[in-house]
Design a protein around this ligand. Structure first.
Ligand code: ATP
Ligand code: MG
Ligand code: FE
Length: 338
C-alpha cells in the first residue's frame, strides 16, 4: 500500500511517499528557518502562509522523483497535531482535499508518534516493545512503547524542553536561531572541565526532567565571563555536557525500571553527537541496544508521518472509507490519548 505523508506542524513542510512493501520511496523537505531567523523564533502566521506555498509543489516533486502518479496512492497521512493551529490547518485541508478528490482515506497522525517511530525508517530497526527518549524542540519525554498506538508516559520535563533549552542558551551565546546545532558545533571547540553547570533533577526519584534552571545558570555564567570565543565554547560544552548527562542517566533508569532491552532516541536533540556518544558508551556490555533515526529524520520531516500512517493502515482490519472532506486539527494533543 502506498501512503503519502504530509507534515506541516511547525516551520518545516515535509512530504514523503512510503510503500508498506518497498519502504520509504522518496521524500522532500522545505525548511522555513531562513524566514523566521530575523525574528529569533517561529512566527505562526508566516509559517502557515508559507506552508500553503510549499505543500503542493513538494507533493509534485516527490511524485515525480519516485515516478508515481497520484492515482496510485492508497491513503494520505498528515500531521493532525500537536503544533501551530494555522500551520496544521494547511496540511489538514490540503490532505483532506486531495483524499476527497481521490476518494481515499486520510490518516490523522500525532506528530510525536511520527518522531517516536522515526528510528523504524532505519535498518536495523528496533522491535516493540522499547523505551523511547523523545527530545525535541517542544518535548522531552520518556515513553514505554508497547506497540503502535500503545504509549505510556514514564516521565517528562516539568518546564522547558531540552531543544528549547539548547535554543535559548544558544541565543544567550549570541548564536543564530535555531541554535541547538550551532551550540553543539561551538562546544566541539570547548575545553572540558573549565566550567561546571548544574544537572537539574539528576538524583530525583522519578523520570522527570527540568531544564529552565540550567538555562538560567548558563545565563549567569555568560554574563559573568568575558565573552571571548574560547569562553563561549567552554560554556557551550559545559551546557551540552549537563543536558546530555541528565538525558543519559534518566534513560538508563527508565530501561532498568521497565527491564526493556532497547532504547530509541527521537526528535531534533537526538541528532546531538555527544548524546549519541554518551548513550552508546554507557550501554556497552549491558546487552541493551540503542537506535537513532538518520540525522535527516531527527527534526521534522514527512517521512516519519508517512511511516506512521502506513503502520496504522496495516494495523486496521479493513481499509477505512475515503475522506468526506471534513477535518479537525488538534493544536494540543496528548500522545497517551491515542
Ligand atoms: P516538537 O516535535 O516537540 O513539536 P519541534 O518539531 O520543533 O518540536 P524538532 O524538529 O524535533 O522539534 O527538533 C528541533 C530541535 O532540535 C531544536 O530545538 C533544535 O535546536 C534541536 N537540535 C537540532 N539539532 C541539534 C543538535 N545537534 N544538538 C542539539 N539540539 C539540536
Ligand atoms: Mg522545526
Ligand atoms: Fe517535531
Amino acid at each position: 500500500m502506498l501512503v503519502l505523508g504530509i507534515e506541516t506542524s511547525c516551520d518545516e513542510t515535509g512530504v514523503a511517499l512510503y510503500d508498506t512493501r518497498r519502504k520509504l520511496l522518496g521524500h522532500a523537505l522545505y525548511s522555513q528557518v531562513d524566514m523566521h531567523r530575523d525574528y529569533g523564533g517561529v512566527v505562526p502566521e508566516l509559517a502557515s502562509r508559507d506552508h500553503i506555498r510549499r505543500v503542493l509543489p513538494l507533493v509534485t516533486q516527490v511524485l515525480e522523483q519516485t515516478n508515481t502518479s497520484l492515482e496510485t496512492i492508497d491513503a494520505i497521512a498528515y500531521t493532525q497535531g500537536p503544533g501551530l493551529a494555522g500551520a496544521l490547518l494547511t496540511g489538514a485541508s490540503i490532505s483532506n482535499a486531495l483524499a476527497f478528490a481521490r476518494n481515499i482515506p486520510v490518516l490523522n497522525i500525532h506528530h510525536l508518534e511520527g518522531h517516536l517511530l522515526s528510528p523504524l525508517l532505519s535498518d536495523p530497526a528496533p522491535d516493540f516493545p522499547f523505551v523511547a527518549l523523545l527530545v525535541s524542540g517542544g518535548h522531552t519525554q520518556l515513553m514505554h512503547v508497547k506497540g503502535i498506538g500503545q504509549y505510556k508516559l514514564l516521565g517528562e520535563t516539568v518546564d522547558d524542553a531540552a531543544g528549547e533549552a539548547f535554543d535559548k542558551t544558544a541565543k544567550l551565546l549570541g548564536l543564530d536561531y535555531p541554535g541547538g546545532k550551532l551550540l553543539a558545533d561551538l562546544a566541539t571547540q570547548g575545553q572540558p572541565g573549565r566550567f561546571k553547570l548544574p544537572r537539574p533533577m539528576l538524583n530525583s526519584d522519578d523520570l522527570n526532567f527540568s531544564f529552565s534552571g540550567l538555562k538560567t545558570a548558563a545565563a549567569l555564567l555568560i554574563n559573568k565571563q568575558k565573552a571571548n570565543t574560547q569562553t563561549r565554547a567552554d560554556i557551550a560544552l559545559a551546557f551540552e555536557d549537563a543536558v546530555t548527562d541528565v538525558l543519559v542517566k534518566k534513560s538508563i533508569a527508565a530501561l532498568k525500571i521497565t527491564r526493556l532491552q532497547q532504547l530509541v532516541v527521537a526528535g531534533g536533540v537526538g541528532a546531538n553527537s555527544r548524546l549519541r556518544q554518551k548513550l552508546r558508551h554507557h550501554l556497552v556490555g549491558t546487552g541493551i541496544a540503542v537506535f537513532f533515526p538518520e540525522l535527516e529524520f531527527c527534526t521534522d520531516n514527512g517521512a516519519m508521518i508517512a511511516l506512521a500512517g502506513a503502520l496504522r493502515l496495516q494495523q486496521l482490519n479493513e481499509k477505512p472509507p475515503g475522506s468526506d472532506g471534513s477535518f479537525t486539527i488538534k493544536a494540543r494533543w496528548n500522545l497517551e490519548d491515542l
